[in-house]
Design a protein around this ligand. Sequence first.
Ligand SMILES: O=C(O)CCC(=O)C(=O)O
Ligand SMILES: [Fe+2]
Length: 197
Amino acid sequence: MVDIFNTLIDSFIDNKVGIAENFLSPSLAAHLKDNLNELYSGKRLLSAGTGNDITSSHNKLVRSDKIYWLDRKHNDPFENDFFDLMDGFISHLNSTCYTGITGYEFHYTMYEKGSFYTKHIDQFKNNSSRQYSMIMYLNADWQENDGGELCIHHEDNLQNISPNNGKSVFFKSSELEHEVLLTNKPRMSITGWLKIN
Ligand SMILES: O=C(O)CCC(=O)C(=O)O
Ligand SMILES: [Fe+2]
């Protein structure tokens, strides 16, 4: 795993956006995707909001994805495998980069056909605990005309990243503006933030 962790961290240091293909094993990605599909069919997903607490709002013109928070309390073996992987990544990140991450939060995300998330940054205006954003994609056989790229707005250029199965993307939550382009088919992922308190 350390090699994949280093791939993510090194590409982050070089380009402000870390990318590691196969961060999730095909089997873990498939199980997490099954979980998400089951939650979706059971209508357990919630419309995602923007902002937090009092400033929270649900505006389908800004984002139209649906979410469900992962939790060790669910006692789901695959969610727990995912958290074990994240614990390993954070301990590696903290020991090699002195990042001081003390917590995290992750949700399953479903972008139904026609969904998107307009340009934004991830850190809340009234709370800077979110330090790093991390997304893991759960989409086998993603084709170019399926849309749904993560578009990063760098100072001088745009970077489009396709949401391929098992890929992880990692960037600073306070800095990079980004958006999710309209998807032409269901687009699944786990999205989260590494935090300091
Ligand atoms: O799914 C992605 O590629 C990005 C999602 C995102 O920007 C967010 O949830 O804040
Ligand atoms: Fe975001």
